[in-house]
Design a protein around this ligand. Structure first.
Ligand SMILES: CC(C)(COP(=O)(O)OP(=O)(O)OC[C@H]1O[C@@H](n2cnc3c(N)ncnc32)[C@H](O)[C@@H]1OP(=O)(O)O)[C@@H](O)C(=O)NCCC(=O)NCCS
Length: 263
């Protein structure tokens, strides 16, 4: 089987503030893509020693790439919240459940959520007070029936109403929203999929917003730009500000479109 395509180099990052409960929650997001050779060359300047130790010789190239591209996205986002720090001052190490745990000198309240898809990665740095989760997926036609099996008829119907068009893309949006929720919860996909059920969807330009049957305290937003889908889950009380063209992270939608043109 031939390996999945790797997009060329791509790097976007931007700070944002969610608003809710009378407070602002400062965050930053980054969407990146790079070939493995570029990431390996940058690794000595990018990784703290404890992170470099994760890159053992036994790791397959695909895992080396995902580890490196994920940390590039995470550090691009974290660096916007702590511009005084060098990239090697920021450590992102796996917790007991595989979740990324951030350590940065002088900061105690910042975490990151990240996802990779082949040679691309998406990350959001966020305050612990505002738990978030992200996902990034690349559509693979062979996964269509598996994606179908992981949705209920009610979800598929709601998605059809919110987003007419390609079914594969719709199913991937649903999957991606649930995976992003599972990361915000720190469970990952160890819980029954039905627990992560989406029960309400509304169309927004380029994607959908979502609510969850069993986690009403969270809200999701997902965008599609074939072959990619990206999702963000955040507390329902913390809203994207009504600036820059609407209450959704329009930058993410636009970046995803630009990434998709790279293949
Ligand atoms: C979390 C999970 C859904 C990620 O799915 P995936 O398709 O493999 O990968 P993605 O690219 O979307 O995301 C990977 C990132 O999710 C993050 N992640 C992993 N487990 C996580 C968790 N429990 N909570 C939040 N984030 C998690 C990591 O940062 C990981 O990237 P990294 O390993 O390079 O740091 C999946 O790994 C999972 O279900 N894990 C369950 C926990 C588990 O089985 N752990 C094994 C050790 S106990």
């Amino acid at each position: 089987m031939s390996p999945p395509p790797t997009p060329g180099s791509f790097r976007r990052a931007s700070a944002f503030a969610l608003e809710g409960d009378g407070r602002n929650f400062d965050g930053a997001m980054a969407l990146v893509a790079a070939p493995l050779a570029e990431l390996e060359a940058a690794a000595p300047g990018d990784l703290a020693p404890e992170e470099a130790a994760l890159l053992t010789e036994r790791l397959a190239p695909a895992r080396r790439q995902s580890l490196l591209i994920g940390r590039r996205a995470a550090k691009d986002a974290l660096g916007l919240l702590a511009p005084e720090l060098g990239r090697r001052d920021i450590r992102i190490l796996p917790g007991l459940f595989g979740q990324p745990v951030v350590a940065m000198p002088g900061r105690t309240n910042v975490q990151v959520t990240l996802a990779h898809a082949d040679g691309a990665a998406f990350a959001i740095a966020h305050p612990e007070a505002c738990p978030m989760g992200v996902d990034l997926e690349r559509f693979v036609p062979a996964h269509l029936s598996a994606l179908q099996e992981q949705t209920t008829a009610r979800e598929r119907e709601a998605m059809r109403a919110a987003m007419p068009g390609d079914e594969g893309q719709r199913l991937l949006l649903l999957w991606s929203l649930k995976e992003a929720l599972s990361k915000a919860l720190r469970t990952g996909l160890t819980v029954p999929f039905t627990l992560l059920e989406v029960n309400h969807l509304s169309p927004v330009p380029g994607g959908v917003t979502a609510q969850f049957a069993n986690f009403a305290q969270y809200e999701g937003i997902a965008f599609a730009a074939a072959p990619f889908v990206a999702a963000v889950v955040h507390p329902r009380l913390a809203l994207w500000p009504e600036r820059d063209g609407g209450a959704v992270p329009v930058k993410l939608r636009d970046w995803l479109g630009a990434l998709a043109t790279l293949g």
